[in-house]
Design a protein around this ligand. Structure first.
Ligand SMILES: Nc1nc2c(ncn2[C@@H]2O[C@H](COP(=O)(O)OP(=O)(O)OP(=O)(O)O)[C@@H](O)[C@H]2O)c(=O)[nH]1
Ligand SMILES: [Mg+2]
Length: 247
């Protein structure tokens, strides 16, 4: 990968203590498009922490990024599965200084994709997850109505050694608005058993459920020296009106 461009940004550890005015949500709102790549060697090498969003096609990865960052068009979201076909990187950080990168990955398990393309993509993703040096955390998006699928389990196996070495891991149960409270509680306890000690959170882009909590967790992952961000207040009103989602 020596031919790849190296994007050099200050290490967050070396940064001065974060001013208290920066909240995880404020930090999320600094998101901007960084680059897109169809293949691994086209990704810029970076030394900033990177968090990858992975999961089945249509699980809600791109919508989750748009909801967290409050930018409706940042990542391409669509009713049609297979919408995201490249690795798309987004930069986070105040004053234009990138301190974290979010990676929106194409989904897997989309039946209409040709077999060879599927295999090629699985290989690209496995290579990315195993070899991306600045990868700090993985967010696995899972529609709790389908549960963790065989491909999710394969991915969990691929990343297990890195998780054991300290890579952060979160399962987000998406589209929680589709479940009753009892179903949400059940889905949460099942996923916790499968997460092998990783975190699990319920999330709804429609109801803005779990948004503050996920933002805070990602902040804590990537700013270990800044201390834990204050927990979001449960009474805090949602930052935006619910939008119409069609799935
Ligand atoms: N009801 C509801 N629908 C959602 C939610 N999140 C996403 N969706 C819908 O689910 C569909 C797929 O969302 P995407 O964000 O494009 O899914 P993706 O995981 O990025 O899909 P690929 O790019 O194909 O891998 C869209 O129609 C979204 O509107 C949610 O929290 N609630
Ligand atoms: Mg997508």
């Amino acid at each position: 990968m020596s031919s790849s461009p190296r994007v050099s940004t200050p290490s967050p550890q070396a940064a001065p203590a974060t001013p208290p005015a920066v909240t995880p949500m404020g930090w999320m709102h600094t998101a901007r498009f960084l680059t897109t790549a169809a293949q691994l060697h086209h990704l810029p090498e970076m030394d900033t922490p990177e968090i990858a969003f992975v999961g089945r096609s249509n699980a809600g990865k791109s919508t989750c990024i748009n909801t967290l960052t409050q930018k409706k068009q940042l990542a391409f979201a669509s009713k049609k599965p297979g919408r995201t076909q490249h690795i798309n990187l987004f930069a986070l950080g105040k004053q234009g200084i990138t301190d974290t990168v979010l990676a929106d990955l194409p989904g897997y398990g989309y039946a209409a994709v040709a077999k060879m393309d599927k295999l090629r993509w699985q290989q690209v993703m496995a290579n990315y997850l195993v070899s991306r040096e600045n990868l700090t955390g993985i967010v696995m998006m899972c529609d709790p109505r389908h549960g963790l699928t065989e491909l999710d389990d394969i991915l969990l196996e691929v990343i297990r050694p890195r998780v054991e070495e300290g890579l952060k891991f979160l399962i987000i149960l998406t589209k929680a608005d589709k479940l009753t409270r009892a179903e949400q509680a059940k889905a949460l306890s099942i996923a916790r058993l499968q997460a092998g000690g990783g975190e699990v959170k319920l999330f709804s882009a429609l109801k803005k459920q779990g948004v503050d909590e996920v933002a805070k967790l990602l902040w804590d992952w990537t700013h270990p020296s800044a201390g834990t961000a204050p927990s979001p207040s449960p009474t805090e009103p949602p930052e935006a009106e619910p939008e119409a989602l069609d799935e």
